[in-house]
Ligand binder design. Sequence first.
Ligand SMILES: [Zn+2]
Length: 154
Amino acid sequence: MADFTTSTTDHKNCSICKHIPDHKFVETLHTDARLPEQVDQLEILGGYGTYGHEQMRKCHLYKTYYTYLYDHDSESGVGIGWTDEEIQRITPETALYVMERVLKASQGDREYWTKKFQETRDSHAHQSITRHTQEVNRLIQELASLKKRLSIGE
Ligand SMILES: [Zn+2]
């Protein structure tokens, strides 16, 4: 079992992560509350970022992982609506679990758009294939380096 003492305290010394709380939720449509601007400096690894499909982000300095959410009420068109934003710092083990889920979703999406492109040959489908291929490759690479760090599969 790896020792995570270092990795869980590293964020306190990090010039980006020290501004980001362990967890923060804001509603931005009706309140002035905002996430720290440093959230924008995190690398996006994959995922839509909507409820049930949280996005994976990473601080490249000490390899600290986060899940990020940006979701809004776009369907009903009635009522006052809402825009939710949320950041959560997660452990490397949780990151592994979330990233495998995001990877599966992305591979599924790539398959969907590949089929779509074979039928329609349209450029939107083609762009989606490219985007998901990049995401899949990025996630596979990240998973491999995280597993190495956690000494899994050695
Ligand atoms: Zn950091």
